[in-house]
Write a protein that binds this ligand. Structure first.
Ligand code: NAP
Length: 571
């Protein structure tokens, strides 16, 4: 009964270090970890102890005897990562210890290491977790929304609730007594980089890649065009996107690009709203889906099936739950590509694609909305005068033209990092130039003192939630080494001054208690309908919920007061 890693694998590698026999690979120190689509359990070496199950933050691991029908393909996916061995050959038990960052040194004449983290998504929270393991280190996390956790809250599709379970790990981090949230505080608006540095030894930016890559073709910008990432934010109730106009009155939606974000959107647009009603989907999106006329979502890739950008686990999940079809010509392309598949992963994807139904290109799904994966279509222009009515593609590498009618045209061609005020920026790669997380000034090639990056703003928009764990580990390792070697100046401001400064600049800042009040209120709103939560989609509503946070008992408040000389954070 070996254990099996399934679709919601987050790649954070916690299971690797929990495993007593080192049977989960690739490990964070092995080549291929950063680009691996998931982690795999060796069925021969697995001793069925279940330690990985407890360590996995997203509930992605189960014994092979307890898998649902749609998860059964993962038995083969896990075992095919390993070479075939003769039956009965057991591997010798080995173990792998989690790497440890040398402790931040405690000096009689120096202040304990104090770090500001900007952003509160996975890279930020994994960095906070690493820092707080260290004796005496203080972590302050700044986030511009009143709610934390970045793309886990606003980017993971609502039908992937297991993936969102990683927030339970992050919630644990926020309960640490040396952790402090400054939510609803925007760096660059309420506080500057220099001000953060005056109150901390280091500032670590984990702000992600908040912009979309834009497709520069005629007609983008017409009504009825947009980006998949905006749509995901709207579906997830992000307050900046709750007013988005999403027209689902036409029977076809076209999505340009075929990465995992495109699959997320296609799956949710074609899902049964009665099932979505049991998720944390925003109410406005659920209402729109109940009235949707969409019968077909075309996911259009410019290259062929062997170069599909979606990952194998997501393709397995998609085909298990949705009606997915190919055009006859694309089905033939899949069959043509199969014999020359470059690697086992691509072969596996092509095999799944080859088993899909073949669609008449003109007839959208009759019973339930369907998803059509389409290949070798290079977008040329969006059709329509006042609003989008379709897309014109060229068949890649030829002069042939193909038009598809659609009422909604979404690009899903990746995210893009954004300039951070007062830090260097690499426009081409859309990341902050860095060496292992240390921000580098491109003019001198030297580190910018006290400035660090982690996550997508450090390495670009690739990988999964857990990929950020090792990414943040590397950055924290560099930061602590710099502190220990005296390269980080002690903050000039008194430790007690930060809360006062934040309050002066943003009286509506929200602290950990305020977030917990928002969290509890959202869960209470959802529970009556059997939903994990019903999100607030408006900042004013969030702040009203935060303001209901119970005040700490007087004694605790006095102690905090003595420590901080101020307690101005809402909640
Ligand atoms: P992505 O994986 O980078 O896919 C981008 C897609 O856009 C590709 O199909 C690419 O085609 C296409 N594209 C780029 N430029 C184009 C152009 N000018 N014209 C037409 N097509 C173009 O991006 P993503 O889907 O936004 O995902 C970002 C990251 O988040 C990925 O690492 C993804 O795995 C991860 N993610 C994971 C999950 C999950 O695990 N459930 C969910 C969402 C996102 P080419 O390949 O031809 O360049």
């Amino acid at each position: 009964m070996p254990h099996v890693i399934t679709q919601s694998c987050c790649n954070d590698g916690s299971c690797v270090f929990a495993c007593p026999v080192n049977c989960i690979h690739p490990t964070p120190d092995e080549p291929g970890f950063a680009t691996s689509e998931m982690l795999y359990i060796d069925p021969v070496a697995c001793v069925d102890c279940g330690a990985c199950v407890s360590a996995c933050p997203v509930g992605a691991i189960a014994p092979d005897s307890r898998l649902g029908a749609e998860q059964l393909p993962f038995v083969e996916v896990n075992s095919s990562f390993y070479p075939k061995r003769a039956a009965g050959v057991k591997l010798p038990p080995t173990s792998k210890l989690a790497p440890v960052i040398p402790a931040a040194e405690v000096h009689a004449r120096r202040q304990p290491l104090t770090v500001a983290i900007v952003g509160s998504g996975p890279a930020a929270m994994y960095a906070a977790d690493e820092l707080l393991v260290q004796h005496g280190v203080q972590v302050n996390v700044f986030e511009k929304l009143p709610t934390p956790y970045g793309l886990v809250r606003a980017g993971v599709a609502p039908d992937h609730q297991n993936t969102k379970r990683v927030t339970q790990l992050f919630d644990r981090v926020t309960r640490h007594r040396r952790f402090r949230f400054y939510l609803n505080v925007e760096i660059g608006k309420h506080l500057s980089h220099a001000e953060l540095l005056a109150h901390h030894h280091a500032v670590l930016y984990a702000v992600g890649a908040p912009d979309d890559r834009r497709l520069d073709i005629d007609g983008m910008g017409l009504r009825g065009t947009g980006t998949a990432t905006e749509l995901v934010a709207w579906i997830n109730g992000h307050p900046d996107f709750s007013d988005l106009t999403v027209d689902l009155s036409h029977e076809r939606v076209v999505i340009i690009g075929n990465g995992n974000v495109a699959l997320d959107v296609a799956r949710v647009l074609t899902a049964d709203p009665n099932e979505l009603a049991y998720t944390d989907i925003a109410d406005h999106a659920l209402r729109a889906f109940r009235n949707s006329a969409v019968r077909e979502v075309v996911v259009a890739a410019r290259r062929g099936p062997a170069h599909s950008a979606f990952t194998l686990p997501e393709l397995i999940g998609l085909t298990a739950r949705s009606d997915v079809v190919l055009d006859p010509s694309d089905h033939q392309r899949v069959l043509d590509d199969l014999p020359t598949a470059a690697d086992p992963l691509t072969r596996n994807k092509l095999e799944i694609l080859s088993a899909l139904g073949v669609a008449d290109a003109r007839a959208p799904g009759a019973r339930r909305p369907r998803i059509r994966l389409a290949y070798r279509l290079t977008p040329q222009r969006v059709l329509g005068q006042q609003r989008a009515t379709g897309v014109e593609f060229s068949v890649t590498g030829t002069d042939a033209v193909r038009q598809l009618d659609a009422g909604l045209v979404l690009t899903s061609i990746g995210y893009r990092g954004k300039l951070i005020r007062d830090l260097p920026f690499d426009e081409e790669a859309a990341v902050v130039p860095n060496d292992g997380g240390r921000v580098i000034d491109p003019r001198t090639g030297e580190p910018v003192p006290g400035a660090y990056v982690a996550g997508w703003i450090k390495r670009g928009p690739t990988g999964f939630i857990g990929t950020n764990k090792s990414c943040s580990f590397q950055t924290v390792q560099a930061l602590v080494a710099d502190f220990n070697s005296g390269r980080l100046a002690d903050p000039v401001a008194k430790p007690t001054a930060l809360a006062e400064l934040v309050h002066a600049r943003q009286p509506e800042a929200v602290g950990s208690a305020g977030w917990r009040a928002i969290d509890a209120a959202e869960m209470a709103r959802g529970s009556a309908d059997g939903r994990p939560r019903n999100k607030f989609t408006d900042v004013a509503e969030m702040l009203a919920a935060a303001a209901t946070a119970p005040q700490a008992p007087l004694r605790r408040r006095l102690v905090a007061r003595l420590r901080d000389l101020a307690q101005p954070i809402v909640g």
